[in-house]
Design a protein around this ligand. Structure first.
Ligand code: HEM
Length: 303
């Protein structure tokens, strides 16, 4: 796939030379191509292109500045990730709009399914464990008082410690990414066996989190597993829902914050009850871990 801002000759459809489908972002911008149409592009790609187009337009308008709450215009100091990419594209011809779109795709799609699956499992766990839900409601009331509408701040996020334990405990039992693969670049010795270079290894994150050597009553849902006193001394590789090492998840801190924010909005107002017990729901790994037959939840307003 090529998406080069300089090459306006690219169009949707089989490439003349190699049969690849080519796509040029500049071609798709209405101001550079009045016939621009995105109707034949896959929906997720179209979505990413729309996001980039919108941001390019806004940046042209703002010219590196931002408006503050009191209407003043200030030079931007911190930049959002997409702005950084567009800035890099402006400065370096080799970093094409195609490269920008690939990065946007990675962030949007690596970060979307994983967090939505994780939130689904969390609401299921909360719905199966009313005493845990009560503790979360209590924590939210301590932090927000009776204000069930105000925006969640970064200070609030830091205070929601028990909610953090619930998120992690759910990721232990139901990791959004249940398996990862690695190909050995050199021979390795694993548990006394020589495994040759080139072997594809599968790391079963799902089973790692259920190892009773590290988590007593490993199949039970117990957010206290992540209280600081219980984490202390535990092997850091016993809990790796975001993988580990050089290619681990770059969005993990963001994901944990995002989930706290979403849950703080939902659980300030709502109460969840699962109509299925844990042993009635079969997790299935379709790249992302999902409930095989779906979940059945009852949602009501908190008094
Ligand atoms: C609960 C939410 C999430 C979980 C469980 C999760 C899990 C993972 C895992 C296990 C990997 C490593 C895959 C491997 O080692 O082969 C990974 C990679 C990655 N994740 Fe996440 N992720 C989550 C949220 C996010 C978010 C919100 C973003 C971005 C905003 C993100 C961006 C990425 C990217 C870009 C990679 C690839 C890193 C690389 O290859 O160097 N993830 N994620």
């Amino acid at each position: 796939m090529c998406l080069n801002s300089d090459n306006v000759d690219l169009s949707l459809g089989p490439d003349k030379q190699n049969g690849d489908v080519h796509l040029c972002l500049k071609e798709l911008l209405p101001e550079t191509n009045p016939d621009a149409s995105t109707t034949n592009i896959a929906a997720p790609t179209k979505f990413a292109i729309n996001v980039i187009q919108e941001r390019i337009k806004e940046r042209r308008h703002q010219n590196g500045t931002k408006s503050t709450a009191n209407g003043k215009v200030e030079k931007r100091t911190k930049m959002a990730f997409l702005d950084l990419l567009l800035e890099l594209h402006d400065q370096d011809d080799n970093f094409t709009l195609d490269d920008v779109r690939e990065e946007v795709d990675t962030f949007m799609f690596e970060g979307h399914d994983t967090t939505s699956a994780s939130l689904t499992w969390i609401l299921f766990m909360i719905g199966c464990h009313p005493h845990v839900q009560e503790k979360i409601h209590q924590e939210l009331d301590d932090v927000f008082g009776d204000d069930r509408d105000r925006k969640v701040t970064s200070e609030d996020i830091q205070k929601l410690l028990y909610l953090g334990c619930v998120i992690k405990e759910t990721l232990r039992l139901y990791p959004s990414v249940p398996l990862i693969g690695r190909q050995l670049e050199e021979d390795a010795i694993l548990s006394g066996h020589r495994v040759p270079k080139g072997t594809l290894l599968i790391v079963a994150i799902f089973w790692l989190g259920r190892d009773p050597d590290y988590f007593p009553d490993a199949d039970e849902f117990n957010p206290d597993n992540f209280l600081p006193e219980n984490v202390e001394g535990r092997d850091p590789f016993a809990f790796v829902p975001f993988s580990a090492g050089p290619r681990n998840c770059i969005g993990q801190k963001f994901a944990l914050m995002e989930e706290k924010v979403v849950l703080a909005y939902l659980l300030r107002k709502l109460k969840f009850r699962s109509l299925k017990a844990m042993d009635e729901v079969t997790p299935t790994g379709e790249l992302i871990l999902r409930p095989y037959d779906g979940l059945e939840m009852e949602v009501s307003l908190r008094p």
